[in-house]
Design a protein around this ligand. Structure first.
Ligand code: FAD
Length: 474
């Protein structure tokens, strides 16, 4: 494969405007790293594109040579799909322009944007694009898989707010997809991941919002069962303005926390109210009634504060492993398993993340986009986070054991952006009755499966000389 990488390097040299980085070049070591430190790969060539024509030229050269190719926006794929061993990485990190129009409440942004670049630009006009909760996450990977965050209940998934895509397909062509042009592709790109081409531009709807009420608090162990039962019932009738996430974790040894909670297993509640503050007070008071009063913080914060407050909890280069699923109901037995799992967490960064979807995201018909299940309101994400390679087996083993216990109570389905690199067998499960339509769109736009480093939808009659698909980790 290194030979193919060198051939592509030679064919692009002289006309490529961005950076071409090979293993001994200055800057290569930093450029090859992705967010998940578990995924240590050395690509033969990193093509950091400067513009659309760089992307087209690289795709054309790569698809002719059949080299294994990864596409990278923010490099946050938990599965490690944005790099590969010996192959080519098409890196979009220099393509981060954002244009927001206050009057039309619309924005266009490039395929290499991080969430933070979009938030900063749109907030200048007091507008938001609903996205994820960590500002250093790449927008492309997040949106193409669906995109959930603080505003999902109010404004829908990120992909529900996209009105048009421009992409470069496997033969280097530029294709547009929106509600009146290439409708099947437009459907597939909203949830189907990076299977169809490299998105170079998103056209999206924005919403007015510049601040929210944020309330956070910790519930100690004896009360966690009651809290989860309360949350389960309360969220079923909660207003769309309320988002309440709960992380089961070990409380940090932080001075601002009550001493008796530090280093103890807790349920950490984060509540966001997007409406008028006074109207949210009674909901927020009820929701924090099971938190230790000294642990509760409350106030109106800027949208940019909200969007960056979790950034440092998920540093680049740590080791991460995840498994995820949906529940229609949170049965008492499931709550028992969750508490048991909390008591066996072995790292202070590891958490059991629980989110309640519903709201605007659930009001969109399941057939409207390729995104998986919208009907199961409870999303669980087991995210192990540690630093020592020697502890890999212990942390991965913990996630797998907890998942196996919880799995029988789950609804079939999974959010593709919360999957690891060893779960290819669950990809059809993620899409269920949308699967055949996705395969048809994939077969039309990427018959050779050039874009295969993703939660892969394989085209019909895929040529068998495509080389390894590469399992990322675990
Ligand atoms: C710290 C952290 C926080 C997260 N928070 C959230 C959250 O709040 N909500 C949520 O929904 N998800 C969240 N996720 C999951 C996130 O959506 C996925 O990890 C997503 O893939 C990240 O996108 P990226 O562009 O950074 O990834 P990359 O690793 O760059 O790419 C991911 C996939 O998308 C493909 N891809 C990238 N760019 C393009 C493009 N322009 N065109 C076509 N394909 C492309 C890649 O080939 C790869 O298959 C989070 C992940 C992390 C690590």
């Amino acid at each position: 494969m290194l030979e193919a990488a060198n051939d592509i390097y030679s064919s692009l040299t002289g006309r490529f405007k961005g950076d071409l980085l090979r293993p001994n070049d200055a800057g290569y070591e930093a450029a090859r790293a992705i967010w998940n430190g578990m995924v240590e790969k050395r690509p033969g060539l990193i093509a950091r594109c400067a513009d659309l024509s760089d992307i087209q030229a690289t795709v054309r050269a790569a698809s002719q040579s059949k080299i294994l190719t990864a596409v990278r926006c923010g490099g946050h794929s938990l599965a490690g799909f944005s790099t590969c061993e010996g192959g080519l990485v098409i890196d979009l990190s220099h393509l981060r322009s954002v244009t927001a129009n206050k009057d039309t409440q619309r924005a266009r942004f490039a395929g290499g944007c991080l969430l933070g670049s979009i938030d900063t630009a749109t907030q200048k006009s007091g507008l938001v694009f609903p996205s994820g909760v960590v500002s250093h996450t790449g927008a492309s990977g997040l949106i193409l898989g669906g995109g959930t965050g603080w505003l999902t209940r109010k404004f829908g998934l990120s992909c529900d707010n996209v009105e048009g895509f421009t992409l470069v397909t496997g033969d280097g062509s530029i294709v547009r997809a929106h509600s009146k042009e290439n409708e099947d592709l437009f459907w597939a790109l909203r949830g189907g991941g990076g299977n169809f081409g490299i998105v170079t531009e998103f056209e999206v709807k924005l919403h007015p919002l510049s601040g929210v009420t944020l309330v956070q608090g910790l519930t100690p162990e004896p009360e966690i069962r009651r809290l989860l039962e309360f949350w389960r019932d309360f969220m079923a009738d909660a207003p769309l303005d309320l988002k309440w996430n709960i992380d089961l974790r070990v409380a940090p040894e932080a001075e601002h926390l009550p001493r008796e909670l530090r280093g103890r297993p807790v349920a950490s509640s984060s509540l966001v109210w997007t409406g008028v503050p006074e109207a949210g007070r009674r909901y927020l008071r009820q929701a924090t009634s099971l938190c230790t009063p000294e642990s509760v913080t409350s106030g109106v914060v800027s949208y940019l504060h909200l969007q960056t407050m979790a950034d440092s909890a998920f540093p680049h280069g740590q080791r991460y492993y995840t498994k995820s699923g949906y529940f229609t109901h949170l049965e008492d037995g499931t709550i028992g398993h969750l508490i048991e799992a909390l008591n066996s967490i072995a790292s202070s960064g590891t958490q059991i993340e629980l989110a309640y979807l519903g709201g605007a995201a659930a009001q969109i018909d399941a057939s409207e986009t390729a995104f998986g299940d919208r009907s199961a309101p409870f999303i669980l994400n087991l995210l192990a986070n540690w630093s020592e390679p020697a502890a890999d087996a212990a942390h991965i083993g913990w996630v797998r054991r907890v998942f196996a216990k919880l799995r029988p109570a789950m609804k079939p389905g999974v959010y593709v952006n919360f999957m690891s690199g060893d779960e290819q067998d669950r990809v059809p499960e993620a899409y269920q009755h949308r699967w055949e339509r996705l395969v048809a769109v994939k077969t039309h736009y990427d018959p050779n499966n050039f874009f295969r480093l993703n939660q892969n939808v394989r085209p019909r009659n895929e040529p068998c000389n495509r080389g390894p698909r590469q399992i990322a980790s675990g």
